[in-house]
Write a protein that binds this ligand. Structure first.
Ligand code: SF4
Length: 338
């Protein structure tokens, strides 16, 4: 608890210097131009997946297609997923859509993270980001960049991937957010400083507003913090998709049988965990820690379970329903087997 006790007296000065630094240095980004919770929310969900530079074109395209919460709520989920293509993690697009409907139904955004987190797809980070950036709630954000920044600033070597370590860092973030009257700029500053100055390698300590009090810098422990997360072991899976086609339409079911792409619409089939890679396969694909070797086969309609919830998707619309190439490739491969 040493870092927490030390952090509290320094919180007002850390907050003041960070807000001043952010106001002077901030990048002009499209979602920072107003405080519309909808726009902030969309940008934060996208930013969890990739860098600011990569998000900008996706964000602008998405907002053009769905300019308001109402427009998103009224859209078909397939259209939302199609607009998400290229960003990955399609469950986030589905949750965004689900939450938009729930938000419209309740008459708009609640103003606190405690209420936002009740909605599908709002994790602790997104709920806190929207509540503070749009509504000035004094709550601190915690993402990968902020974890690195706060771990170094306070010399905190907790296991940040475990709930207790997370709670410690969340308390540090909340401590500084409650020590300012500008929680929106404070949180943007945390994210910006973590992303642009306190970088994983070679942080630019010379221009950091926290440099005089940074425990990692003063103790020469920058490279040791934050702690390295133990690597998750890779798993080898062999996937046998069965491509079943009827009059130009392909059968898709909600995935409940494969450990990867849970909840996605995929072809029926089977999976097997293996200890070594197979010698014969059609193609290979990786999803998170799963190494997937795909063996494509053509199936018949009587292979479908009698009560299965089947979606028959025209080949021409596959891109809309199946944004991931892992599944589309299997369907394309089956054609070349004819
Ligand atoms: S002084 Fe260096 S290590 Fe410490 S918070 Fe700033 S950039 Fe990070």
């Amino acid at each position: 608890m040493q870092d927490l006790q030390n952090a509290l007296p320094s919180a007002p000065e850390d907050a003041r210097s960070l807000v001043a630094w952010y106001r002077a240095q901030k990048r002009d980004l499209p979602w920072r131009r107003d405080r519309d919770p909808y726009r902030i929310w969309v940008s934060e969900v996208m930013l969890q997946q990739t860098t600011v530079a990569a998000v900008i074109p996706f964000y602008e395209r998405f907002l053009k297609r769905f300019p308001t919460l109402r427009a998103l709520a009224d859209a078909r989920v397939e259209d939302v997923v199609a607009q998400w293509a290229g960003l990955g993690y399609y469950s986030r697009a589905r949750n965004l859509h689900k939450s938009a409907r729930a938000l419209v139904e309740r008459g708009g955004f609640p103003r606190t993270w405690e209420e936002l987190i009740e909605l599908p797809g709002f994790g602790p980070y997104t709920a806190r980001a929207v509540a503070s950036l749009a509504f000035d709630q004094k709550t601190g954000v915690l993402d990968g960049n902020v974890i690195r920044l706060l771990s170094r600033r306070h010399g905190s070597d907790v296991d940040w991937w475990k709930p207790r370590g997370r709670e410690r860092l969340q308390a540090l973030s909340d401590g500084i957010a409650t020590a300012t009257d500008a929680p929106a700029d404070l949180n943007q500053g945390l994210m910006e400083l973590g992303a642009t100055v306190c970088t994983p390698q070679k942080p630019a300590c010379l221009i950091c507003p926290w440099s005089p009090r940074c425990v990692a810098r003063l103790g020469d422990r920058i490279e040791a913090l934050p702690r390295k997360r133990p690597r998750r072991e890779r798993e080898i899976w062999i996937w046998y998709p069965r491509v079943i086609e009827k009059r130009g339409r392909v059968a898709l079911i909600a995935n409940a049988y494969a450990p990867f792409l849970k909840g996605h619409w995929i072809t029926p089939g089977a999976v097997r965990k293996a200890s070594v890679a197979p010698k014969r396969f059609d193609y290979r694909h990786s999803v998170t820690h799963h190494d997937i070797f795909v063996v494509v086969g053509k199936g018949e309609t009587d292979e479908l379970a009698p009560k299965a919830d089947v979606k028959w998707v025209p080949r021409a619309s596959l891109k809309e329903f199946v944004p991931t190439t892992l599944i589309r490739r299997a369907i394309e491969r089956s054609t070349s087997q004819e």
